[in-house]
Design a protein around this ligand. Structure first.
Ligand SMILES: Cc1cc2nc3c(=O)[nH]c(=O)nc-3n(C[C@H](O)[C@H](O)[C@H](O)COP(=O)(O)O)c2cc1C
Length: 219
């Protein structure tokens, strides 16, 4: 039995019910901690489920931030410094990662309010999340403001990344399931996926039409 809900029904739902339902509707999402540092040197880390792949060459990732009608520390720090890190949420840090969604004042670092630890390398101004199985150093490239609801997409280039060695396979595939990396269902559901299969590169199946075309070209 399937239940149908129309646009009016969605518009009249209780706020929490609606955000749970609509946030679950897009499918499983990635679980990432985006870490930044303000120009005054205060670290910030927040959980985001909207990181997407925009292209591999150059290697670009985007994420969506809510409207800046209230202070958004991640957004502000990225605009101030031009750099940030994206770190994958491992099963052991799910609770601390989730807590980073709490609205702390910009003078308070979420690193000091959780067991998450910041780490730096020779090149990064923004902190990495220590122990995350994938840690990416990002340089801000573009922002796009969406007229429809005031959200902003931040686009950044991966300028360096750390990958837990045993997760990186011969062909470049990062086995996130082996790394026990979390995915997000809705706003507060965390799950550790299992890899079911990997499939080879697909080519169109030969239909009668494509076969005739192929024969014509090749005679
Ligand atoms: C599971 C989960 C996913 C979230 N994903 C996003 C997101 O993609 N974009 C966003 O703007 N906020 C998202 N949030 C809310 C932020 O984590 C929250 O607003 C946080 O306080 C932002 O911190 P900041 O002000 O330090 O940037 C998410 C929260 C949770 C719990």
């Amino acid at each position: 039995m399937m239940k149908y809900f129309d646009k009016n029904y969605l518009a009249n739902l209780d706020h929490l019910y609606r955000i749970n339902m609509v946030n679950s509707s897009s499918g499983f999402k990635s679980a990432n901690l985006i870490a930044t540092k303000s120009k005054d040197g205060i670290s910030n880390v927040a959980v985001f489920s909207s990181v997407i792949h925009l292209g591999s060459n150059p290697p670009l990732l985007g994420f969506v931030t809510r409207p800046t009608t209230v202070p958004r520390n991640t957004y502000k720090n990225i605009k101030e410094t031009g750099f940030y890190t994206i770190n994958h949420v491992h099963e052991d840090i799910i609770e601390d990662a989730h807590h980073c969604s709490a609205k702390y004042d910009e003078s308070i670092s979420e690193f000091s309010m959780t067991n998450l630890e910041e780490a730096y390398d020779h090149a990064s101004l923004a902190p990495f999340v220590k122990g995350a199985p994938v840690q990416m150093h990002m340089q801000f490239k573009e922002e796009h403001h969406f007229k429809i609801n005031g959200t902003i997409m931040i686009i950044g280039e991966i300028i360096g990344l750390y990958i837990k060695e045993d997760l990186l396979k011969e062909d470049g595939f990062i086995d996130l399931a082996q790394g026990k990396v979390s995915a997000i269902n809705g706003l507060d559901g965390y799950t550790i996926p299992k890899l079911k299969t990997r499939l080879p590169y697909q080519r169109p199946k030969r239909t009668r039409l494509t076969k005739e075309k192929f024969d014509r070209i090749n005679t």
